[in-house]
Design a protein around this ligand. Structure first.
Ligand code: CP
Length: 284
């Protein structure tokens, strides 16, 4: 299924390079974007993609939704269904919210309404995982024989979880995670990853480096003394990147904090494919 999605996205990448970018696949369908958390890439990407597929797109401003006045989330969903929503794209800070909505729709007989997870809490970010796999395949052609290292706050990262599942499914040779013990989930090795506590160990000879966002204003100081400490020990600098293979690519899901997770000379350097990731996200 993953390979089928990546192959289909490749054909949409060609469409997005055309002068006329629209296709009629979702003509007459309504896509509701329901983002209860800040987003630049995912929300905009879903809007562009749905418009290119000729859907009607409704972006709800959740700060002005009636959930802010005490309406339950599921009552809000029922109202969107009453407005003939065909697809509801949900970003929510609480893990499991899209599942909760999907179960509710099944229970209430609304089987035809699709729910797409655009990132839920620390659980999963499936479309990020898919666009990351698309990016890796685009630059590396195959997943076999690759060493992919993800560095950062694995514990809170929905991107890391979706990436790890996808990498294991697609046959990446070695999946590494790099971070301090306090930012790694217990028993993460059971997902089939190699745990490295230093970038010097984890980045050596890898083909792909994925740097993760560190929660800025919400930094949990019981797990990490400061962002500066994190940067000193785990920030992706040019010197650290030099440990990877010379043709290694550098990815970051965004939002990116320069000088904390990644040095500007790496983020803007020749190995970075951070902006192509965003472009590929529309096709995915
Ligand atoms: N990668 C990602 O989810 O970015 P946004 O939060 O901007 O959507």
């Amino acid at each position: 299924v993953l390979t089928h999605i990546l192959d289909t996205a490749a054909s949409f990448l060609e469409v997005s390079n055309r002068e006329v970018k629209k296709v009629p696949l979702l003509r007459g369908k309504s896509v509701f974007n329901l983002f209860f958390e800040e987003s630049t890439r995912t929300r905009t990407t879903f809007e562009i993609a749905a418009k290119r597929l000729s859907a009607d797109v409704i972006n709800l401003d959740t700060t002005r939704c009636s959930t802010a006045k005490g309406e339950t989330l599921l009552d809000t969903i029922d109202n969107l269904v009453a407005m003939h929503a065909d697809t509801i794209v949900v970003r929510h800070p609480t893990s499991g919210t899209p599942f909760l909505i999907a179960e509710h729709l099944k229970r209430t007989g609304q089987h035809k309404v699709s729910v797409v997870n655009a990132g839920d809490g620390g659980h999963a970010h499936p479309t990020q995982g898919l666009l990351d796999m698309f990016t890796i395949r685009h630059y590396k052609k195959s997943f076999a024989n690759l060493i992919v290292a993800t560095v950062g706050d694995i514990l809170h990262s929905r991107e890391a979880r979706s990436d790890i599942h996808a990498q294991r499914t697609l046959g990446v040779a070695e999946v590494r995670v790099i971070g301090p013990q306090t930012l790694l989930p217990d028993e993460i090795e059971k997902l089939g990853v190699r745990v490295c506590h230093s970038p010097e160990e984890g980045l050596r000879d890898c083909d792909v480096v994925i740097a993760l966002p560190l929660p800025g204003a919400r930094l949990d100081t019981t797990r990490l003394p400061s962002a500066r400490e994190y940067c000193n020990c785990y920030g992706l600098t040019a010197a650290r990147l030099a440990l990877a293979r010379p043709e290694a690519i550098v990815m970051h899901p965004g939002p990116m904090q320069r000088g904390i997770e990644i040095d500007p000379e790496v983020a803007d350097g020749p190995q970075a494919v951070i902006l192509p990731q965003v472009t590929f996200g529309i096709a995915i």
